[in-house]
Design a protein around this ligand. Structure first.
Ligand SMILES: Cc1ncc(C[n+]2csc(CCOP(=O)(O)OP(=O)(O)O)c2C)c(N)n1
Ligand SMILES: [Mg+2]
Length: 541
């Protein structure tokens, strides 16, 4: 019944790791018409990360099924990440039998108490008769802005019971109409700007507002900085994109309009402007996530397409001040200068290999619709700088929760959600250790992806900062040159070690071709220079 309800909501796959507490859910998946494919993994975090990434990529809730006790607790980091990312997700958990509760049965734990802080709702389904209604409500809640994870568990004796229910059609929720006065205020602030910047974040994509966002930027000529899944809403060839001129833009802006992302550490907690503080306009998909920790010149909460179209219509009537064009041109020039300045690193012939060279080579082999996944520290920070997605919905980073270990789960989801696109997974060697065993899952389920490891033999993003803060470092070294490619090969995939810059390009090409031809993962394990740390001024704390 749960499976039928989930299918009615568009759920197409179940990610799980076996446990007797949830067998009836497998039975339901296998016997559903059509059957729901099961992707069985080697660690529950991979199941939840995969379901989360299905939510991110398809904008419909993903489904993970976790067995009672340790199955659920193993999934918690990924659930917390889904909460921080606003990813639509349903996690169904097994639960020790109700009839034995409190008497010491295997894996007895009251999960909802543990899950409540990291979900939109965490509850126990009271009995078989409530199953259809609760799952339906959970999927609705998870998929309604502001999106996020919902957790439900069901006692084993109830789950093995039976009930009947009428399944109604699933209607789309009505979009939340943003307040007209708030839109007027926001438009007035923008119309008075001399140096505005528009920031487009993940929820622009999640809320399906990428066209409205691009239309607003283009119609009024607003310079744009993108982040998270908002990357690619304005592509690299458009003059409005100024992401690489971030510090100039945020330093000189008098108005910053932030759409679809929180005013968190990634955006200086919402404080912009060097000489004078910039006025901040926050536009979000739900009033519940409007920033409260900084003064806002205007705040709009509601459906992002309606909000952005509403702003565009108001601004089209008034027009922006003429100096905005000069400011936008200055930012674009700074953006292009930063890109031109990358060239030396992207083509670096240094030996040991500079990680930037890997990105220089990737530029040559990556298709515009490639899904790029980053799981690691410095290696992924370099990716953020050097990889500019051409389309929205193609960039998967961990988001503000920053949990390492997403790689194989996100990779599974990307392969399933985008069957014909390249899937390029960028891994730090430290991060790789957290999910590499799930290469076995990619192999068993024939999910071909390219794994590129920036193997610097250190937890780079921790080693540098500890050295800077304490003058020494500890607990930051890994074994140098570990053959992660051989791990992938041993698990049934293929791969190779690259230790010379001139061999990166051909290895990447081979990896893409071999994985596509064999339907297996391929690992290009590049030994990089541990001294080539990502230059950073803040640690996000
Ligand atoms: C689950 C988890 N544990 C620890 C951290 C802290 N952390 C952030 S970056 C990082 C280092 C990552 O090292 P690696 O993947 O090798 O990438 P590198 O920085 O060396 O390129 C660590 C340990 C984290 N973000 N998530
Ligand atoms: Mg490393």
């Amino acid at each position: 019944m749960a499976v039928a309800v989930a299918q009615a909501h568009g759920v197409q796959a179940m990610f799980t790791l076996s446990g007797a507490h949830v067998f009836p859910l497998y039975d339901g998946a296998v016997k559903a018409d059509p059957p729901m494919p099961l992707y069985d993994v080697r660690h529950e975090q991979t199941a939840v990360f995969a379901a989360e990434a299905i939510g991110k990529l398809t904008r419909r809730p993903g489904l993970a099924v976790l067995t009672a006790g340790p199955g659920v607790t193993n999934g918690i980091s990924a659930i917390a990440q889904a909460q921080a990312n606003g990813s639509p997700l349903l996690v169904l958990g097994g639960r020790a039998p109700a009839a034995r509760w409190g008497t010491g049965s295997l894996q007895e734990l009251d999960h909802p108490a543990l899950l409540a802080p990291v979900t939109k709702r965490a509850a126990t389904i009271a009995g078989p008769d409530d199953m259809a209604r609760d799952v339906d409500e959970a999927l609705r809640l998870a998929g309604t802005a502001h999106r996020g994870p919902v957790f439900l568990d069901m006692a084993m004796d109830h789950l093995f019971g039976s009930a009947t229910a009428e399944l109604g059609a699933v209607e789309r929720a009505e979009p939340l109409v943003p307040d007209a006065d708030a839109l007027d205020r926001a438009a007035a602030v923008i119309a008075g700007a001399r140096a505005p910047v528009l920031v487009l974040g993940s929820d622009v994509w999640s809320d399906g507002a990428e066209q409205a966002a691009a239309a607003l930027a283009r119609s009024v000529g607003l310079p744009v900085i993108t982040n998270g899944m908002g990357r690619g809403v304005i592509g690299p060839r458009e003059d409005l994109l100024v992401s690489r001129a971030r510090s100039v833009a945020f330093g000189g802006a008098d108005v910053v309009v932030v759409v679809g992302t929180p005013l968190d550490f990634r955006l200086g907690y919402g404080s912009f402007g060097k000489a004078a503080p910039a006025a901040v306009v926050h536009v979000v998909d739900s009033p519940a996530v409007l920033a409260t920790h900084v003064p806002l010149a205007a705040g709009v909460g509601g459906d992002l397409t309606l909000a952005l179209d509403g702003l565009r219509e108001r601004l089209d009537r008034t027009g922006l001040r003429p100096e905005v064009g000069t400011w936008a041109a200055e930012l674009r020039a700074a953006h292009l200068a930063a890109i031109a300045g990358d060239e030396a690193q992207l083509t670096s012939a240094s030996d040991p290999i500079h990680p930037a060279r890997i990105y220089g080579e990737l530029h040559r082999v990556m298709a515009e619709d490639a899904v790029v996944i980053g799981d690691g520290g410095d290696f992924v920070s370099f990716a953020g700088r050097f990889v500019e997605p051409a389309q929205p919905g193609c960039w998967l980073d961990p988001g503000p929760y920053g949990c390492l270990g997403t790689a194989m789960g996100y990779a599974m989801a990307a392969r399933l959600a985008r069957p014909s696109a390249q899937v390029v997974v960028l891994l730090g060697d430290g991060a790789a250790g957290m999910s590499l065993m799930d290469v076995d899952t990619l192999v068993r389920h024939r999910l071909p992806v390219l794994l590129v490891i920036g193997n610097n033999g250190v937890w780079g993003l921790e080693k540098g900062p500890m050295q800077m803060l304490f003058g020494y470092h500890v607990a930051a070294d890994l074994a140098p040159g570990t053959r992660y490619d051989q791990v992938v090969t041993a698990l049934g995939g293929a791969g190779e070690l690259v230790d010379h810059p001139d061999r990166i390009g051909s290895a990447l090409r081979r990896g893409l071709e071999t994985s596509a031809a064999s339907s297996l993962p391929y690992c290009v394990n590049v030994v990089t220079d541990p001294a080539a740390a990502y230059p950073r001024s803040t640690f996000g704390i």
